[in-house]
Write a protein that binds this ligand. Structure first.
Ligand SMILES: [Zn+2]
Length: 317
């Protein structure tokens, strides 16, 4: 293949490029938040566990509700302030997950998971990043109702950006779990793997959680070695993506492989193989002879793989 090739216009990476200003300095300002919520331009995302609730409108699906409409949908656990879209406040509300499943019966609503919403383009792209913010933050609250230090119940403060323990006074902040996702490259070949949970015939980058005491580069090398038996040298950061399932940050990298014999960890992967650049390019065009596909453009893996197909070793420049 030529050193550079072009797969056409670059699609947007899902859940990134948020239109919201988070205005963290206003999170403790009760008067501001009340005025914001009362304003006619304010909108609330309604989320129950993995499910997002949307309204059917003449112009398609709308994930924004008036505050009182959102509260009337199902029993409410928490409400968090996400930020401002221009002057308009954006909030997220956690609905009871079981009651949210029941909303699937309502003809005026569509209730589905955030992956499907992104992959199928069910809402305007400007809603995806705020939905990811709401879902990840509300998932953290759902799992941190008790103090990790003393076990007593905690209370939400700062409009959802902190929990405080009245018993031991420890403050808890929303967490994000870093995950490395990397494409190991050996000259004109790259390493793709297949996990059992993937849709049939889809192959992707290897990935895994960064462990305590580990750098991004070390995690990328360790995961590639553990899952496929391949050692890597240089690791080059590419881009990152919030991944609210439930609350990860995907850190995309390219890694220079320094060995070539694959040993697959069958606990983690169904299979792992080397693919040439030409072969991977055919996956983008839907022309791979085994009908192998790669993840859709909402996922960072698509962009990591695409950059290598387009730039070859240029990804390490
Ligand atoms: Zn405590």
């Amino acid at each position: 293949m030529p050193s550079r090739s072009d797969l056409g216009p670059k699609p947007l990476l899902g859940y990134t490029a948020s239109i919201l200003a988070r205005v963290a300095e206003r999170r403790g300002d009760a008067a501001f938040l009340a005025a914001c919520a009362a304003d006619g331009s304010c909108g609330t995302f309604a989320i129950g566990g993995e499910l997002v609730v949307m309204r059917r409108t003449a112009n398609g699906l709308d994930p924004l509700f008036r505050s009182e409409e959102a509260r009337a949908l199902a029993p409410v656990a928490e409400t968090v302030f996400l930020g401002l879209a221009g002057e308009a406040g954006r909030f997220g509300i956690a609905l009871d997950p079981e009651a949210t499943k029941g909303l699937k019966q309502r003809p005026d609503l569509v209730v589905t998971d955030l992956r499907s919403i992104a992959v199928q383009g069910l809402v305007g792209p400007e809603h995806l990043a705020p939905l990811a913010e709401a879902k990840a933050l509300l998932a953290w609250h759902a799992r941190h109702r008790f103090c990790a230090n003393c076990g007593k119940p905690t209370n939400m403060s700062q409009a959802g950006w902190k929990r405080e323990c009245a018993a031991c006074k420890v403050e808890h902040f929303p967490r994000t779990d870093p995950v490395v996702i990397m494409l190991a490259i050996d000259g004109d070949r790259c390493l793709l793997g297949r996990a059992g949970r993937f849709v049939s015939n889809m192959w992707s980058c290897l990935a895994g959680f960064v462990e305590p005491g580990e750098s991004i580069e070390e995690a990328a090398r360790r995961e590639t070695l553990e899952e496929a038996g391949i050692t890597c040298g240089r690791v080059k950061y590419f881009a990152s993506q919030p991944w609210p399932f439930p609350m990860s940050l995907m850190i995309g990298c390219h890694a220079q492989a320094t060995s070539s014999d694959i040993t697959v960890d069958r606990e983690e992967l169904e299979d792992a193989r080397w693919f040439t650049r030409e072969e991977v390019a055919s996956m983008f065009n839907g022309e791979h002879p085994e009908k192998i596909s790669i993840p859709p453009p909402i996922a960072i893996a698509h962009h990591i793989i695409r950059a290598w197909v387009e730039e070859g070793d240029g990804v390490f420049a």
